[in-house]
Design a protein around this ligand. Sequence first.
Ligand SMILES: Nc1ncnc2c1ncn2[C@@H]1O[C@H](COP(=O)(O)OP(=O)(O)OP(=O)(O)O)[C@@H](O)[C@H]1O
Ligand SMILES: [Mg+2]
Ligand SMILES: [Mg+2]
Length: 765
Amino acid sequence: MKQAKLGSFFGGGATKASSKPATNSSQEGIKDPSMEVDTPLEIKGTSDAEQKRKHTDLDSDSDTEQVHMPKQKRRATKSIIIDDDDEGDDDNDEDYKEDLDQEEQDDQHPINITSAVNEKIASQEQHKVSTELNPATTTTTEEIVDDELEYEQAAQEEMEQQNETAYEKESAKAFVPYAVLCRTFEKCEETTKRLAITENLVTLFIQLCPDYEGLELGIGESLLMKAIARSTGRSMKVLKDDYTTIGDLGTVAKNSKGSQRTLFKPKPLTTGHVFKTLKEIARLSGQSSQNKKVDKIQGLLVACQENEAKYVIRQLEGKLRIGMAEQTVLSALAQASVMNKPDYEKWPQQKKEESLATATDILKSVHNQLPNYDMIVPALLKYPIDQLLSKCTMRPGIPLKPMLAHPTKSLPEILDRFQDQAFTCEYKYDGERAQIHRTEDGKISIYSRNSEDMSVRYPDIMESISKWIPSSTSSFILDCEAVAWDIEKGSILPFQILSTRKRKDVREDEITVRVAIYAFDCLYLNGKSLLQEPFQERRRLLHSSFIETKNQFYFAEYMNSTDISDIQTFLDVSIQNNCEGLMVKSFDGKHATYEPSRRSRNWLKVKKDYLNGMGDSMDLVVMGAYHGRGKRTSVYGGFLLGCYDPDTEEFQTICKIGTGFSEEILKTLYEQLKPHIIPQPKKFYCLGDNPATPDIWFEPSVIFEVKCADLSISPTYMAGVGQVNDAKGISLRFPRFIRLREDKEPEQATSSGQIVEFYFAQSNI
Ligand SMILES: Nc1ncnc2c1ncn2[C@@H]1O[C@H](COP(=O)(O)OP(=O)(O)OP(=O)(O)O)[C@@H](O)[C@H]1O
Ligand SMILES: [Mg+2]
Ligand SMILES: [Mg+2]
């Protein structure tokens, strides 16, 4: 089952612009360790009321509140926060404790909205601070280098730490009230305006823990209801009824809390504590883990006030669904860093706009290469944003988002696209994407298209890797396809065979389906990123730095001719060899770089049987099912499918499907979908006014790969509604089931945007 990843999050109360002129030394070169950051995200303490005012009034010039945080922390963040009264402070643990105590005693005290971002820095820097940071006013180059090393080191350490990190311990102490976070969630939920959401986020950030760490929440509804029942004293029956009418468990939880009388006001939750508990819950496994989970959830719920229960439950479900897409979070982070520049308010409008746009681009591109906020945010606080790309570089051990390809429907279309540009063709292998990493110190990992750590799925490959690596090759990241392999014949087997291989807990001696690796790109080699190198050079390095190994490791077949009949022949041969078709790639020049996460027109895919049809298949989420008839009475006879709209975070219906299933797959699906049955469609299911109504509804979890004859406008289905017609959407005609997509999550289903593109790409439209 695919589940949403656990969100680690940090809230920050950094308000927009600071009127306090922070000393900016970046232009003159770095002189003082306390001044090497030119984009400090200022930490401000604000009273509750003030906080509210700011949320609603982001644009007004607000006074800068005095930084209020325990001295030790202030000192610890010295190199990030420019604090001119700090000189000579004699900080020690005693002071820190005193401050803490004071904090807890004093109810009227302005809330300490210490950005956990800063908390993080604080924790990273703390050890350094205690040993090294005497209030130095001069810094030698050596120290700066040292400093960078320390950052690198800290980042590295963090990567390696599987269990509770210093950060978690530290952030558990953080004073960020969970209420502040929830109020922002509420504001985001209330609007659909991207800009407004971004604005809300500029003051507060949420992060999903890096995908590749694989910590997953996604607690089932029944378990959550149990916890709600126990913490509020309401019966399961009443809760279920509520849920049927309301459709959102979070709201049910909040309402249940509202109707509950308590003798004592519980101690306010902090973001740190909630975060820590969520992680603990995600980590619980094995016997009686269900009960332990309920206990922990109950513990959180009991302490919830206001709207907190709503978001605690949603976070436990694994998705907030408040319209906060990752791209929005990234632009908000970028904007916050720019708007915090000391004289931002005085900049001419054009400079503001340009800087905001550039910052957003930089941050997005950094995130593509290093999808880890625990590393990006500290660097963002520490270095000017224009240095971020060089500070946050990709590295083996952290999967980057793979480059994706555009579908094409004819060979002439390829020639049209590339015109005078050089391009090259490769076999398109039909297996699963595998990004293979080796760090400088020899640690090897394999990641899926989805950045999931697949090392346990491929123990046989892990074992054999050393054979393909000459001693001159140390660290690398390879982009490959893993295919099922017939060891007797020495040939590729179809995808269906690969999909019978177990996904988890694979033991090498039990492996029946062998796998071979076809490498088609090299993204990193011997300590150096190759992303900016043209493909021709990357391929050259790939071939010269690895060794083809029989039955295990091969380079993707390629052909450089641009003659259309050569391409046709190459395509035919690829199909004979159990491939799906061809990948056609820009070969040389500035367009031939590797573009992480982009569906780029510099990579085209040509699938044989699609040349005159749709060009590509779609990956659609199962939203509901229809009871089977006749032979199919014990299984589902058809399914309601949907695509995903990342802008609204909704699943939009697209078709009913009943063709292409074997009896066996229908049985499997029946079992696989059982735990995902829900009494009502989810609130984020876009069904329209004349909805298709299946007999059973499911939570989004299972994904079908589907082909169809064509697409048409429909009053019943809602894919891309608003983009081709205000009330109607697009639906698939004659959809056919191809296979289960186990390497995609519901949110990675084909997007409504792509569906609209497919629609308009039809020759008759
Ligand atoms: N030579 C190759 N170069 C690049 N990718 C290849 C190659 N051979 C096989 N592939 C695979 O083809 C995939 C792209 O086409 P495919 O239609 O399979 O994409 P997908 O996983 O269905 O995703 P989407 O439909 O979202 O693009 C790559 O992700 C990779 O797994
Ligand atoms: Mg594929
Ligand atoms: Mg596809």
